[in-house]
Design a protein around this ligand. Structure first.
Ligand code: ADP
Ligand code: MG
Length: 249
């Protein structure tokens, strides 16, 4: 299976994330669930093509398939039909371990619930995605310096040793954002990242998200039912009949 990988995917450092021409392509992705009353169709022929630097918001009411789509694009869920590729590589063609490594290396996630490890400090949480690599490989990477710099950027430079329970909701999401970026992913996927926050904290997190995106030129996809969050994005889609439809500016 791994023989099918383009060369860039085999390198644990460099490669994909440094390439300028990276694209995410979804080609006629559909998703349905078998139920006693027949197939329940969630996504219908979703086709998307996003270049590095793209930032889009996908809106839609609860139950319209936003999370399902995001998880398929991030290879956390599988489509019933259709394909997804990131720079030409098909994550669904990989075995489970290779797929996990692929996500760890190339994709960052931020969820509505921060999902920080409660027993770990903020710094340890941000470092956690780096720990899957063997120690020898980590040795020269200066992950901790990067984690500290990222936490500084999200305004948590003086909260490194706090546990998640000792942070406000907005601070937890900012820590989760730093964690999502620690491996310098090419694709950043956010599922209702401000859904649990008050308006002021939501605004801060949203602005930070766009600021960090602008500096890093990831492909950023946010799914949300919040018009305030979506309104900050240059390109917006609305889930309509199981597929995101681009809205006029
Ligand atoms: P959104 O994020 O827009 O609120 P979701 O993607 O979470 O929507 O869910 C879309 C639809 O898929 C919902 O109607 C939900 O009930 C259905 N769904 C999600 N997971 C399953 C499952 N495992 N089995 C059956 N239906 C599911
Ligand atoms: Mg959802």
């Amino acid at each position: 299976m791994s023989g099918a990988w383009p060369k860039a995917w085999k390198t644990s450092t460099g490669g994909l994330s440094e390439r300028a021409d990276t694209v995410l392509i979804a080609d006629r992705v559909s998703k349905s669930y078998a139920t006693p009353r027949g197939d329940l169709r969630i996504l219908t022929d979703v086709s998307l093509s996003l270049e590095r630097g793209a930032a889009i918001a996908i809106m839609g009411p609860s139950g319209s398939g936003k999370s399902t789509l995001l998880y398929i694009l991030g290879a956390l869920d599988t489509p019933s039909s259709g394909s997804v590729s990131l720079d030409g590589a098909d994550p669904f063609g990989l075995d489970e371990a290779a797929q996990a490594a692929f996500r760890n290396r190339h994709i960052g996630f931020v969820f509505q619930d921060h999902s920080l490890l409660p027993q770990c400090s903020v710094l340890e949480n941000v470092l956690s995605p780096t720990l899957v690599a063997p120690a020898a490989e980590r040795a020269g990477r200066e992950d901790e310096a990067r984690a500290r710099a990222l936490l500084e950027q999200v305004g948590l430079g003086d909260r490194l040793e706090h546990r998640p329970a000792e942070l406000s909701g907005g601070e937890k999401q900012r820590a989760a954002l730093a964690r999502a970026l620690i491996r310098n992913p090419v694709l950043l996927l956010c599922d209702e990242p401000t859904g649990n926050l008050d308006r002021a904290s939501a605004d801060t997190v949203a602005d930070l998200l766009l600021e960090l995106h602008a500096a890093r030129q990831t492909i950023l996809i946010v799914v949300t039912h919040s018009a305030a969050l979506a309104g900050k994005f240059p390109v917006r889609y609305e889930m309509t009949g199981g597929t995101p439809v681009r809205q006029e500016a």
